[in-house]
Ligand binder design. Structure first.
Ligand SMILES: Nc1ncnc2c1ncn2[C@@H]1O[C@H](COP(=O)(O)OP(=O)(O)OP(=O)(O)O)[C@@H](O)[C@H]1O
Ligand SMILES: [Mg+2]
Length: 489
């Protein structure tokens, strides 16, 4: 970690101590992706778990922050494995019973007398001897926090085992006090289920949890997912901290970076790093593409770039503007004098002017530019003051490639493995993979994995049967295939 742990705020609720860690970041991050809180906490019976999610949504009147809590009192479905481990040990009769119990078969208790007794004990230990006590069949209602004026709707699932709370606050008005109030209302709902003293002496920490089980298909990209590039990642974390703490910057008269340029060969992770930085800051992500600017009509391009910056000066929420492939968007066309070159030069001129005081005009904005060709970018465009930070993003060395393999494979496992389905063998040789993939980038490694995944999926589709997990040898073959393409492509 970067050694810059966010500060927490502590409050008391019904005898419980609640620590709210870096609420501004939670709220900011929720604009980009839902943020889950409290999931790993321990609750008084009968509450089993509480899922508290802060997210954002668009309503006809504008964007809002949504606060949602689901308080569950039902056990998660019992797996055969779990029943067996918990109660019956590993003998074959236990296995059979576990199967039956799982299937909800009361006959299991009567198979043979003495086993019947064991099963009855099992039922009892698992709490299955009592009918599933419904939490409540109560009417929907409202819980309100008078201090900040937050109102949460209270509803019950038809099963009676989940209580839900939902509140919304306009994005422009939301503050950490709203988050604190919603946590308070959630605890109040827990108390109603578990009794007035049930929270006394407990501690809860409300912080942004690592997003680990998010399917790989979502856009969430975090700095943790970047392999290698430790210094670059550390620098981006610093920039994110400076962005999130304008008060500290102001106290010291410091100016945080307003623009940063990342340059390096294709596929080394520049675009990924930009997205991850937006996520780390909790900023909206706005990518500026060439067609948005370059216009064949006289004066059109100038108008476009002016409009882009006019918008940027009005962003009311933290926003990362990305000029991806910067050299193709903004450059100087020499002094050819034809209309096209003049337009290009005019765009570059406007860009320069706008970047001079963007951060003073709007502290919510940070600009990132990426390029494969830093020498094609005119020095005057990226001089300090306009782009304060210039970061080289090189091809990964061997240790970094091992880390990229490890993180990507880890991500795939988290997203796709499930009970009964193993995607990779346990003994993957990352060192061998890193050595074999000499000269390759993160994008190449992603492609290597994609090919192996596809070939496995095709095997699965054709045979309809079980396909063995991916091995080191299969990955090595895919590496070779990418280095020495054979046959027509
Ligand atoms: N260091 C890395 N760690 C993890 N994944 C990486 C890394 N570098 C690249 N990747 C993977 O490769 C993909 C492509 O990388 P990305 O698009 O960020 O490269 P780029 O530097 O922007 O390339 P280009 O210059 O061609 O635009 C990413 O989405 C990511 O999955
Ligand atoms: Mg890119």
């Amino acid at each position: 970690m970067s050694g810059t742990r966010p500060r927490g705020e502590t409050f008391e609720y019904a005898g419980a101590t609640v620590e709210l860690i870096d609420a501004p970041t939670v709220l900011a991050a929720a604009r980009v992706n839902p943020v889950e809180l409290l999931r790993r906490a321990d609750w008084p019976s009968p509450v089993q778990r509480v899922d508290l999610t802060v997210a954002s949504a668009d309503r006809p009147d504008g964007p809002v922050h949504t606060f949602a809590a689901a308080i569950s009192t039902a056990e998660e479905p019992l797996s055969k494995e779990r029943i067996r481990k918990l109660v019956l040990g590993t003998d074959p009769v236990g296995l059979l019973l576990a199967k039956r119990i799982e299937a909800g078969d009361p006959i299991a208790t009567r198979i043979v007398d003495n086993i019947g007794a064991a099963a009855a004990a099992a039922y009892k230990k698992l709490g299955l001897d009592r009918p599933n006590a419904p939490v409540a069949q109560r009417e929907p209602g409202t819980l309100a926090d008078a201090v900040v004026g937050l109102q949460a709707e209270l509803t019950y699932d038809p099963t009676g085992t989940v209580v839900r709370l939902h509140a919304e606050v306009p994005r422009d008005e939301v503050t950490p006090a709203h988050l604190q109030a919603f946590v308070g209302l959630t605890l109040q709902a827990v108390i109603e289920l578990a009794g007035p003293e049930s929270l006394a002496g407990r501690r809860y920490s409300v912080s942004r949890e690592a997003v680990s089980k998010v399917p790989a298909t979502t856009q969430t990209v975090t700095l943790d997912m970047v392999g290698g590039l430790a210094e670059v990642v550390a620098e981006l974390r610093e920039i994110a901290v400076s962005f999130r703490h304008p008060e500290a910057m102001a106290r010291w008269g410091a100016r945080r970076p307003q623009g940063l340029l990342m340059y390096g060969p294709p596929g080394t992770g520049k675009t990924m790093l930009s997205r991850a930085l937006a996520n780390e800051i909790g900023a909206d992500f706005r990518e500026i593409r060439t067609p948005e600017i370059l216009d064949k009509w006289l004066g059109g391009s100038e108008r476009n770039i002016k409009q882009i910056f006019r918008d940027a000066r009005r962003y009311r929420v933290p926003t990362l503007m990305l000029f991806d492939e910067f050299d193709s968007i903004i450059s100087y066309a020499g002094s050819g004098g034809d209309a096209a070159s003049q337009a290009i030069n005019a765009v570059a001129g406007i860009f320069k002017q706008e970047m001079n005081d963007l951060i003073e005009a709007n502290p919510n904005v940070i600009v990132v530019a990426t390029t494969n060709f830093p020498h094609r970018v005119d020095d005057s465009l990226i001089r300090s003051g306009r782009f304060d930070v210039k970061i080289s993003v090189p091809k990964p060395d061997e240790a970094s490639r091992a880390e990229i393999f490890r993180k990507m494979i880890h991500g795939l496992i988290a997203a796709h493995e499930a009970p009964g389905f193993q995607m990779f063998t346990d003994d993957l040789d990352l060192t061998a993979l890193a050595a074999a993939s000499h000269g390759m980038t993160g994008a190449d490694i992603k492609e290597i994995l994609r090919r192996v995944q596809l070939s496995k999926a095709m095997q699965d589709a054709r045979s309809g049967g079980r396909v063995a997990p991916i091995t080191t040898d299969e990955l090595l073959a895919s590496v070779r295939e990418l280095t020495e393409p054979t046959g027509p492509r």
